[in-house]
Design a protein around this ligand. Structure first.
Ligand SMILES: [Zn+2]
Length: 991
């Protein structure tokens, strides 16, 4: 029992005070080789060497003084009192000074003492002193010197071995510990209680549970398995090797749990394995057992409080620490700061930091990285100024933190300054600094410097490659991204999903299906496929227009998440398959997955493109019911309502939003523009200008509004303002819009001059706008030029060919028209057929010209015949066959007109909806003049408000005589079903 208690005592000391083993080494070298060789009583009398020393020395005063000086911790004084020669009692002279050097980690003084000893030939004689030297070097971090001395010792004691493995383990060299341990086993050196903690720590560092278990076995064999320091080390070893069960079982086997170190071991075992709950429960148990916690307990518990839910307990521990200690221990303070950082309590972290007496770089950096981790980049930069003002020099960690902040804030100049500093100090060659530099430049869109930083790195890892490839992909350098990806494959780096994600981004930039397929195959072969990548593949196939592959990939995803669904819905929307998108959205609502705001935006966009008001309203209802903040979806709602012809509803949404961003303003301006309220749109634009800076898209929407309301002078003015006041270089879309504006006002010469004055080469859309205007205003000469230019550009838009062909057939040049059509076919281009649709009941009913596919086709045709008859008799309607451009017989032309898709939709509407209710018909192309007359008469004779919405987002109410016909009357109306989509005036905003 007494032996047990002795061991407990010494071992506690050894574990809590890192310097104690040395004093014990001293004790044992002097007295015995093994504590078990002596009866307990004897040991008990030997444990207190300080008591023996006064009577031990022949020069009591001098030795006593040196020892005392050393105990007081004054190294300088100790040096001064060192005798010139100490041949008499070298052990007594040097041992305390060596220990003091070790304690102070004073390597240079340690070296001097060692030299002094060599001069007086003390080392070679005394194994005890040599062991002390090994210990000193180990503590001072000079493993090589420790090894040198160790190798020269002929007769090593167990304490020498322990000092050496202690040196290795405290300097993070577990492999060397393992080597030495093997040597010890081969030489048959008997292990003692002090060997085990180092060996077990090394096993833990190596995460080598087999080795740990072997050493555990030895501890049992030699009877040390209930020695407290060994048990504590065992607990820590099992925890480090992720065997918490083993650790807990060992802890449970300790009979008397009255040692705080044991508790600390098990608590930190749990907290460092992320098992906060168990760690904190154990802490409670420890408090119940009446044990006082120390700084190590506090640190272990604070580590467990990292979770936000334990922040209250963290504060309690903080309070307890403040109450118990006069001065905040740097170690605890670091843990407190880290705890507050993890709990997102940066103000507390800073307060704790400010109370620190000595702020070391670790403390500065932990607050700095805390700001970054909590997304507080500008605070991080402010803190960095304080850091510099305090005279601190940035290290790698500091540089990395600030580079991250610069990248996120887009502060290129600050980032470059730091880069210059890093180059000066040589940090930029560091792997992590280099990777962060690449990321910073990528985020600041500074691609050249990004490449430079990448090329300068001597060693690149997977992260370097992934970051640089992502950087190129995100900054629209898709080909460069591909080039580097090929290089990665050549140098045989294991590609990870992150890199594939970047390459897929590049694929969508290039919109090249074959590249996507290649990457898709690569993913399958390497087994890299996860749900994130699969979602991306759906996205990219959708963006490349390969909807079948997108569907296949979507269906192959085993566990679809909300992103999978959103990707597929967006893919449908992107490919003009709005019906399919809405259908999928409905299926999604039947699953357990809740759509997020992106899914809702996609669904709204599908509803808009179908001008499916009912669906749109349903989604709006969903948004309100599920408490989505309308702010982020507001612009989508405004778009939806305005495209469904409900500009007042759009305005209600717009008004209800408190803080309106540029996107929302633009949507509303666009809404007024497409409904012909040009003046209102302009007022809105001017109001927006007071608080926000308009961008390209905002200008496009106001130009579009001017063009659609015939506000020529205003349109010209806005173009000038954009160019000269806001320094925005116009896009081709802006030019096309202005050409359209001038064309509508019959300012064709001005429009042509304007096109000629362009800095860039005019695009097909611009010539198309001019040609349309020429056709409306019968300007043959300019029209011919526009036709030539349009054909020269070899456009891939079928609409352009259709337009040219129509121009030819209108002039009776049927052969030329035919030539253009066959040219279009040769290129594999198909014009999108004209179609109209109407929302009735729960469905959307789509009709093509002379469509016979509808299940109620028979009724519809009959109804249409009745309507036409009524119009002819009561409204004097006569079919205007000039709107048919096909070279066919007259009666065939009439039949063609009668079968136009919007008439089928209107007939269906009259058949299926209640009297007096408005009818809303949507068409993907412009309505021809004859159909316009037809609509007006239907509205008048059937007493229905007729709302036509066109895909190029012109909509008009036809109410009796009140409606306006399409622009350019006098028999020069744009032919029905044949007019290309007027994409130039469609405002879209990326992202
Ligand atoms: Zn028509």
């Amino acid at each position: 029992m007494r032996l047990q208690s002795y061991l407990t005592l010494s071992v506690v000391l050894s574990c809590t005070c890192p310097l104690m083993p040395a004093s014990l080494v001293h004790l044992h070298t002097n007295n015995c080789s093994s504590i078990f060789a002596h009866p307990p009583m004897l040991i008990q009398t030997q444990i207190n060497p300080t008591l023996k020393i006064p009577s031990f020395s022949r020069k009591p005063i001098q030795t006593h003084t040196l020892k005392d000086i050393c105990l007081r911790g004054n190294l300088k004084e100790a040096f001064q009192s060192l005798p010139v020669s100490s041949n008499d009692h070298p052990d007594e002279t040097y041992a305390p000074v060596l220990e003091l050097c070790a304690q102070k980690k004073a390597l240079s003084q340690g070296l001097q003492i060692h030299a002094h000893m060599i001069k007086s030939c003390s080392v070679s004689e005394s194994v005890f002193l040599a062991t002390k030297v090994v210990f000193m070097y180990g503590k001072c971090g000079s493993v090589r010197n420790a090894e040198k001395v160790f190798d020269q010792i002929g007769q090593r004691s167990i304490f020498t071995w322990n000092a050496m493995i202690g040196a290795y383990v405290s300097n993070g060299k577990p492999f060397e510990v393992l080597q030495t341990y093997k040597e010890m086993r081969v030489l048959g050196v008997p292990l003692d209680a002090y060997s085990f903690p180092s060996l077990l720590k090394a096993s833990g560092l190596l995460k080598n549970l087999y080795l740990g278990a072997e050493i555990h076995g030895l501890a049992v064999k030699f009877g040390y398995d209930s020695t407290v320091c060994v048990v504590n080390s065992l607990v820590a070893m099992y925890a480090k090797c992720d065997d918490l069960f083993g650790a807990r079982r060992l802890f449970g086997r300790i009979d008397q749990k009255d040692d705080v170190v044991s508790w600390n071991s098990i608590i930190s075992a749990y907290s460092s394995n992320g098992r906060s709950m168990e760690a904190l429960e154990l802490f409670r148990e420890m408090q119940k057992a009446g044990l006082d916690s120390n700084t190590y307990t506090a640190v272990a518990c604070l580590q467990a409080c990292g979770d936000y839910s334990f922040r209250k307990l963290g504060k309690e521990i903080h309070a307890a620490v403040l109450k118990s200690a006069q001065l905040l221990d740097a170690y605890v303070a670091g843990a407190l700061v880290a705890m507050y950082v993890r709990c997102c309590k940066m103000s507390e972290a800073v307060r704790t930091f400010n109370k620190l007496e000595e702020k070391d770089k670790v403390a500065w950096n932990s607050v700095l990285t805390g700001f970054i981790q909590n997304g507080m980049c500008s605070e991080a930069l402010h803190f960095f100024h304080d850091f510099q003002n305090a005279g601190e020099k940035p290290d790698q960690v500091t540089v990395i933190s600030i580079l991250v902040a610069c990248g996120r804030m887009g502060y290129l100049l600050n980032g470059m300054e730091l880069h210059a500093y890093a180059i000066k100090i040589g940090f930029d060659l560091d792997l992590q600094v280099g990777n962060t530099l690449i990321d910073m430049y990528a985020k600041c869109s500074c691609v050249n410097y990004m490449g430079y930083a990448f090329n300068r790195m001597p060693d690149k890892d997977l992260i370097s490659w992934t970051t640089v490839i992502a950087g190129y992909a995100q900054n629209s350098y898709a080909l460069k991204a591909f080039e580097l990806f090929r290089e990665v494959q050549l140098i045989d780096i294991d590609v990870d999903p992150m890199m594939i994600g970047s390459i897929l981004l590049a694929c969508s930039e290039l919109a090249c299906v074959s590249q996507v397929k290649e990457i898709h195959g690569y993913i399958m072969r390497r087994g890299l496929s996860d749900v994130v990548l699969q979602n991306m593949i759906v996205d990219v196939y959708g963006e490349c227009g390969n909807i079948d592959y997108a569907v296949q990939t979507f269906e192959s995803i085993q566990f679809k998440d909300v992103v999978s669904w959103t990707s597929m819905i967006s893919a449908y929307v992107h490919n003009g398959l709005a019906n399919e998108a809405l259908e999928l959205f409905h299926i999604l609502n039947k699953t357990n997955i809740h759509p997020d705001s992106i899914a809702l935006k996609s669904a709204l966009s599908a509803a808009s493109s179908l001008s499916a008001l009912k669906y749109g309203k349903e989604i709006h209802g969903f948004i309100i019911r599920h408490n989505f903040s309308e702010g982020s979806i507001a612009s989508s709602l405004v778009d939806m309502y305005s495209r469904c012809g409900m500009v007042e509803n759009a305005h209600t949404i717009f008004k209800s939003i408190q803080s309106k961003d540029l996107v929302l303003w633009t949507s509303m301006i666009n809404a007024y523009g497409m409904h012909g309220h040009g003046k209102v749109a302009i007022d809105l634009f001017n109001k927006m200008k007071e608080n926000l800076t308009p961008d390209h898209v905002a200008f496009l929407s106001v130009l579009y509004a001017c063009s659609h309301s015939g506000l020529t002078a205003e349109g010209r003015q806005f173009f000038e303002i954009m160019k000269y006041e806001y320094q925005l270089e116009p896009w081709p879309e802006h030019y096309a819009c202005l050409v359209d504006l001038l064309g509508r006002a019959n300012c064709l010469e001005e429009a042509f001059e304007f096109v000629k004055s362009m800095q860039m080469a005019p695009t097909a859309e611009i010539w198309c706008a001019l040609l349309q205007a020429c056709q409306v205003h019968s300007n043959q000469e300019l029209g011919e030029i526009a036709v030539q230019k349009l054909l020269e550009l070899g456009s891939t838009n079928p609409g352009h060919y259709v337009l040219v062909s129509n121009v030819f057939s209108a002039k009776g040049r049927c052969k030329d028209a035919e030539k253009i059509r066959s040219r279009m076919k040769e290129r594999g281009l198909k014009k999108s057929p004209g179609c109209s649709w109407i929302e009735v009941g729960n469905g959307i009913h789509t009709f093509m010209a002379r469509d016979k596919c509808h299940p109620e086709c028979h009724h519809i045709t009959k109804k249409l015949d009745q309507i036409t008859e009524k119009l002819e008799k009561e409204g004097g309607y006569i079919a205007q066959t000039k709107f048919v451009l096909h070279n066919v017989e007259e009666n065939e032309k009439v039949k063609m007109l009668y079968g136009h898709s919007e008439r089928l939709a209107i007939a269906y509407g009259l058949l299926k909806t209640a009297e007096q209710t408005p009818i809303r018909v949507t068409k993907n192309l412009r309505v021809c003049g004859d159909c316009h007359t037809f609509c007006k008469l239907v509205s008048k004779l059937f007493g229905r408000e007729l709302l036509k919405v066109m895909m190029d987002y012109e909509s008009e109410h036809v109410n009796g005589e009140g409606g306006n016909g399409p622009k350019g009357s006098n028999g020069k109306k744009v032919p029905c079903d044949e007019n290309p989509l007027h994409h130039a005036t469609t405002c879209t905003r990326n992202g």
